[in-house]
Design a protein around this ligand. Sequence first.
Ligand code: ZN
Length: 135
Amino acid sequence: MATSKVGPLGGLGHWWGVLTAALLIAAWINSYAGPVVVAVLSIATALWCFFQAPVSCGAPVRGRTDGCRNNANGLLLGCHIRQHRWQKLKMLLVRRRFREFCSGLFSDGKATIVTLAGIGSLLSGLVAFIPGIAV
Ligand SMILES: [Zn+2]
């Protein structure tokens, strides 16, 4: 099973969500881009943030205070270690660990950028789907 394809861009290929986020901002500024374009870009950016963005895994590791430092697949999934894979989704579902999950969203610069992009794309997607909000 191929887990990751390394294209000609190498590690940069993992950052395609930044491109869709930039296009999304451009689409908002440029009024010629219709709500469909905004919606598609919003969904693509949100999916990237939650399931693809190369942020740190952060799953608790015995003997380490900062947790697992492997690259994870987005804000909701962990790294390649099987026990870590669903760690963050589980944290979301268990209420007493929810705060821990939220603090992990802003654990470093990369995670903060991805989190903000995720929130922004979700909001813009909502606005695009509910035209009444956008004036
Ligand atoms: Zn991990």
